[in-house]
Design a protein around this ligand. Structure first.
Ligand SMILES: [Zn+2]
Length: 188
């Protein structure tokens, strides 16, 4: 990897579901736009490349390019022209660590990644954890949906065990998942 510019900054914002990670990304995007920073927003798609939106659970959104692998972005004109990259749901990308290092360390882009560091079994998403070794990490917490008294939640769990499909790539929102504290993760 030959360094041609100052390396870009890598920042990860992580935590369980419902910790307002996507809202954090949107707030950063809107703040950066005020001073004219050119931003490319990337989301994950199982299917072929398409245009869609980065959405929060509150239905706020920004236009995004949806790809299956981040390496597909590296040749785009929009990539060439931007100075900052926002990646939503980083945990879904199998080439996250390698591609982000190319973006930041080879191409000098600042990269902000939002995503889960662990799945509903509290098992790590390896690409996110690997990338943490190169990133400034911001950890957001949610609130426990069972305690309902403001207790912090760092786990994500299926609401109904009958809904569990053994896939870590099971996309969903509050109809399937809830954020819980340790006591409720362990069902004590
Ligand atoms: Zn709880």
């Amino acid at each position: 990897m030959s360094l041609i510019k100052e390396p870009g900054k890598i920042q990860i914002v992580t935590g369980p579901m419902f910790a307002a990670k996507s809202s954090y990304l949107l707030a950063q995007i809107r703040r950066d736009r005020v001073i004219g920073i050119k931003i490319l927003i990337i989301g994950w798609s199982k299917d072929t490349r398409s245009n869609s939106h980065l959405k929060t659970h509150d239905h706020e959104s920004e236009p995004a390019i949806m790809v299956y692998a981040l390496k597909d972005v590296l040749l785009l004109k929009e990539y060439e022209e931007c100075s900052k990259i926002i990646i939503d749901e980083g945990h879904f990308f199998g080439d996250l660590c390698n591609s982000v290092l190319l973006m930041a360390h080879r191409d000098g882009k600042d990269v902000l990644i939002g995503g889960l560091y662990a799945d509903y079994k509290a098992e790590p998403f390896d690409e996110m954890v690997k990338l943490m070794a190169h990133a400034k990490v911001k950890f957001l917490t949610a609130l426990c949906k069972k305690c309902k008294d403001g207790t912090e939640a760092i786990y994500t769990k299926f609401i109904d065990l009958e809904l569990v499909e053994d896939s870590r790539f099971n996309v969903g929102g509050s109809e399937k998942y809830m954020s819980v504290c340790a006591k409720h993760f362990l069902d004590l």
